[in-house]
Design a protein around this ligand. Structure first.
Ligand SMILES: C[S@@+](CC[C@H](N)C(=O)[O-])C[C@H]1O[C@@H](n2cnc3c(N)ncnc32)[C@H](O)[C@@H]1O
Length: 248
């Protein structure tokens, strides 16, 4: 299972991404404003971005499929009891969820949509997002490009920290544009010995044409596609796109 054992070590190596994305998102929201302050962060992981928005006064629901990632998110939310926030977390598959009160913004960041390996999965997810948004609400997400998965993602990556190391082996399957990734981690226990864990991840790249088609079919207007982290158009060698859509 993914994001199970790895969840405990995720923030040490990956939290910086949410901090960068939070700053970038504020610039994107200035250009594409939202008429309200309630949002859902889909595939919220350990909840960093969700908590940062809650601290700004947003009413936030974080949704993720991983019990262990949500456990970390909930611990972080409980950590600072002096902070008054409106935040909840819910365990659900992003392809199948609903809310009773529509929101003005849904976000999904850091490769999470690449984890959907079939177009039907993307379509189901976009359908749930559309149903959860008020008319005029925004759907903002990032996604790794096919170029990145095929040409930039390294076959072996090693992350070494004090008392922890993981190795990621990836293999690209060109027919389906899927990067298969084996994550093997070694974490030091209190007795000094290292415990090994292993997870299989897979990320699929989708063309802009497919994404556009599925978004339109689900009732979205596409406001902009940016080269992620800047406000210019993507190039053929962009690593990540940032999509800004509006529910019609
Ligand atoms: C790379 S992490 C990103 C987490 C968070 N958005 C961030 O920026 O740190 C990918 C997340 O997607 C979640 N995920 C993958 N497939 C999912 C699915 N079908 N439904 C809900 N969450 C899913 C994983 O559990 C994981 O937390």
């Amino acid at each position: 299972m993914m994001y199970n054992d790895y969840a405990r070590y995720y923030d040490d190596g990956q939290l910086h991404f949410s901090v960068l994305m939070f700053d970038y998102l504020q610039r994107v929201l200035e250009l594409h404003p939202v008429a309200g302050r309630s949002m859902i962060d889909l595939a919220c992981g350990t909840g960093t971005l969700a908590l940062m928005h809650a601290d700004l006064g947003w009413d936030v629901l974080g949704i993720d499929a991983s019990r262990e990632m949500l456990r970390v998110a909930q611990r972080k939310a409980r950590g600072d009891v002096t902070q008054q926030r409106s935040i909840r977390f819910r365990r659900a598959d992003m392809r199948d969820w609903q809310v009773s009160t529509p929101v003005q913004l849904v976000t999904c960041f850091y490769d999470s949509l690449n984890y959907l390996l079939e177009e039907a999965d993307l379509a189901a997810t976009f359908g749930c997002v559309a149903a959860a948004l008020e008319p005029g609400g925004r759907w903002i997400f990032d996604i790794n490009t096919p170029y990145f998965l095929e040409h930039v993602w390294q076959p072996v990556e090693i992350d070494e920290r004090d008392g922890y190391v993981h190795i990621m082996h990836s293999q690209f399957e060109p027919e389906r544009c899927i990067s298969w990734l084996q994550l093997t981690g070694f974490a030091q226990r209190d007795d000094g010995l290292f415990e090994r864990f292993s997870e299989q991840h897979a990320e699929r790249g989708y063309s802009q044409a497919i994404l556009e088609q599925l978004l339109r079919l689900n009732g979205f207007t596409i406001e902009a596609v940016y080269d992620c982290f800047v406000l210019t158009e993507p190039t053929p060698i962009s690593h990540r796109w940032l999509w800004v859509c509006t529910k019609q």
